[in-house]
Every structure is written in structure tokens, then in C-alpha cells.
Write a protein that binds this ligand. Structure first.
Ligand SMILES: [Fe+2]
Ligand SMILES: [Fe+2]
Length: 379
């Protein structure tokens, strides 16, 4: 039992799941922060190519976006988000089975905690960016959207932190906001990266959810039961970014098509490498990480046809081969860094760069974008 009773906030909510605004959600987490651990926060503070980052952008440019060209779809989406079907969902209920953290196999425990910390950081990264846009903007459409998305991400991050706390670790989100390094991206790169991370997030959560629906014996932690509603939030966030891109056709044509290809390749490759660092986690879920990657890429590619003028050829013979090469180079790189072997480190870096360029040079498939972007989650 937690001896500590959180303060009641503006609307009376004591849990992030019930918070109706991002400010309220963050205030509740601030209260809990006293109990959060230094180790988990240190992990979340890491900035490498593979760990979730915090972003900042040109908020004035984003604030100037006029959503008139997509008004009809925009209003529908906002109304759907305002109806807030997931209010109160992201909290422990009777469905939350007891987790035997001490009895968990140590390798799995380590990888699973790492997975939770990295997911929590990624959720919170979205929260911080969206909240900042809402705070700085004066365009009603834009601030309204970003307020709603920040609200959702605060709940998601808060819920993962609840799960971490049971294991005796939790991320101090207030500390992260203050101290973590922020990477600057122009708004168009924020669109590509964030759109993709929302849609790939949806694809990842729903693929695990459906797999565990069919194989409940592999559900080694209750949090997976919450993934369906969770991924619907991410789906809506992705829809919002698709509409933002739709307001300006230049964002998805001409030279920007190359940027889109770059972001698709980078996001897919990062996911592949990162997931292969967690073999025990995937074995416990009964999921082959290669199957999982292909499944998630297929879904994300299908979804991204709503707005991107191209999709990656993930069935090209070089695709899987180079992903494996990239992942091996990365594993060797980590080992060389750990052992302070400079030459081996350079060698591994060169191999990783070569594999990535080779992935990038696989011809993509052209895609004719439909007139209306709006989609519903169907997986
Ligand atoms: Fe989220
Ligand atoms: Fe999201």
C-alpha cells in the first residue's frame, strides 16, 4: 500500500486517468514524483540514436497553419477527441492481475522494465511537445488539438509509471521536462516523425493486443489488456498529423518525398534494432521479433498510404538482409563501446552506416494518395 494520499486537483481527479487537461495530469504526477527512482530517470535521460528523444520546433510556424482545406474532417476528429471515450480508462482496475516482480526471470524483468521506461519516455516526449505547442499558440484549432493530444499522452505516461512503481522504479517526469536535452526539428520534420511514431505506435500496440487475445497464456503482465483503447488514442493522434500535412500539398510532394522516405526508413530501422535488443521480452510474449517487425511495417505502410506519396518495399530481398546487418553492426558497436575498443567501434559504425544507406537506396513504391485522408482503426 502506498501510505501517501495524493492531493486533489482542480476537477477533483486524483489519478492521471481522470485528468481532463494535461496540466491536471502533470500536477498529479508531480505529487507522485517524490517516490520516483533515480535509476529509471537516469535511463530515461539517455540520448542515443535508439532512445526516445524530446523535441522542440518552430511553434510560430506551426501556429500559423490554417486548417480550412480540411475543415470538415478536422471538426469530426476534434469532436471525437473531445467526447473523450477513454477518460478514466488508464488506471488499475480489478482486471489488473497481481504481478510477481520478484518471481520474474531476471533477464525478462530487466528487458521488460527497459521496455516500460522507454515507452514511458516516448509517451512523455509527445506530451511535452504537444503541451508546449498548446501553451505557445494562439490559433484556436491548433491549440485545441494539441491540448487534447497532450492530455492523452499524460495519461499514457502516467499509467506506465503506475506499472513501473510496482516494480520499485518510476520515471520522474517533472525532472525529465527540466533536464532532458531537446532536439530541434522544423515543423515539417515534426509532422513526418510524429505522424509515423503515432501510427507505428498504433500498429505495435494493436499487433501485441491481437496476438495476446489469441494466446492469453503469454500475457505475462496486465498492462497489455489496456492496449486496445490505448492504440485508438495513438490512431487519432496520427489522423491529426495526416490532416495537418494535408493542409499543404507541398509537404508530401517534390523533394519532400525523399525526406518522407528517409523518415520511414529511419523509424522502421530503429524499431527493428531496438526490438532485437529484447529477446527475452519477445520470447515471453511468444512473439518472433522478425515476424512482429514485418507485421508492424505492413500495417504502418498500409496506414501511411493515406498521406505519403510512397511506401517502402519491405518485401525487397535486400530489406530483411540489411536490417539484420544493421542490427548486428549495432550489437557489435555497443560491445566495442563497452570494452573501449576504438577500432572495432569505427568498424561497426561504418558497417551500420553502409547497411542504412543500402536500405535507403531500395527503390520505393509510388502511392496515389486518396482525396480524403480520414481512416478508422481496423486491425
Ligand atoms: Fe500515447
Ligand atoms: Fe500519441
Amino acid at each position: 500500500m502506498n501510505a501517501h494520499t495524493p492531493k486533489t486537483h482542480a476537477s477533483g481527479a486524483t489519478h492521471t486517468a481522470d485528468a481532463t487537461t494535461v496540466e491536471e495530469g502533470l500536477a498529479i504526477q508531480e505529487e507522485q514524483a517524490k517516490f520516483d527512482s533515480d535509476t529509471a530517470t537516469a535511463v530515461a535521460m539517455q540520448n542515443t540514436l535508439l532512445t526516445p528523444r524530446f523535441y522542440t520546433t518552430d511553434f510560430d510556424e506551426l501556429d500559423a497553419v490554417d486548417v480550412t482545406p480540411v475543415r470538415e474532417d478536422w471538426d469530426l476528429l476534434i469532436a471525437q477527441m473531445q467526447a473523450d471515450p477513454n477518460k478514466g480508462h488508464f488506471r488499475k482496475t480489478d482486471d489488473w492481475d497481481h504481478v510477481d516482480w520478484d518471481g520474474m526471470e531476471p533477464g525478462l524483468r530487466k528487458e521488460f522494465i527497459d521496455f516500460l521506461i522507454s515507452s514511458c519516455t516516448a509517451e512523455f516526449s509527445g506530451c511535452v511537445l504537444y503541451k508546449e505547442m498548446k501553451r505557445r499558440g494562439s490559433n484556436k484549432d491548433i491549440t485545441q488539438l494539441f491540448q487534447l493530444m497532450a492530455r492523452d499522452e499524460a495519461r499514457h505516461a502516467g499509467f506506465i509509471n503506475d506499472a513501473l512503481r510496482e516494480a520499485g522504479v518510476a520515471v520522474n517526469l517533472g525532472f525529465l521536462t527540466q533536464k532532458k536535452k531537446y532536439t530541434y526539428f522544423r515543423p515539417k520534420f515534426i509532422y513526418y516523425a510524429t505522424y509515423l511514431s503515432e501510427k507505428i505506435g498504433y500498429a505495435r500496440y494493436i499487433t501485441i493486443f491481437r496476438h495476446l487475445e489469441a494466446h492469453p497464456e503469454h500475457r505475462f503482465h496486465p498492462i497489455f489488456k489496456w492496449f486496445r483503447e490505448w492504440c485508438n488514442d495513438e490512431f487519432s493522434h496520427g489522423e491529426a498529423f495526416a490532416l495537418l500535412m494535408k493542409t499543404d500539398p507541398k509537404l508530401t510532394s517534390g523533394v519532400n518525398a525523399y525526406w518522407i522516405k528517409f523518415f520511414l526508413t529511419a523509424v522502421y530501422a530503429t524499431m527493428y534494432v531496438r526490438d532485437h535488443q529484447r529477446p527475452a521480452f519477445h520470447a515471453a510474449l511468444g512473439v518472433d521479433p522478425d515476424w512482429y517487425a514485418h507485421e508492424v511495417f505492413t500495417k504502418t505502410s498500409k496506414l501511411s498510404q493515406q498521406i505519403f506519396p510512397l511506401t517502402l518495399d519491405i518485401d525487397h530481398p535486400r530489406w530483411q538482409r540489411e536490417l539484420v546487418a544493421l542490427q548486428k553492426a549495432n550489437a557489435d558497436l555497443a560491445l566495442a563501446v563497452q570494452r573501449k575498443q576504438t577500432l572495432k567501434k569505427w568498424g561497426a559504425q561504418a558497417r551500420a552506416a553502409r547497411a542504412f544507406v543500402s536500405l535507403l537506396l531500395i527503390p520505393s513504391k509510388a502511392n496515389k494518395v486518396p482525396a480524403s485522408t480520414r481512416m478508422e482503426p481496423v486491425y
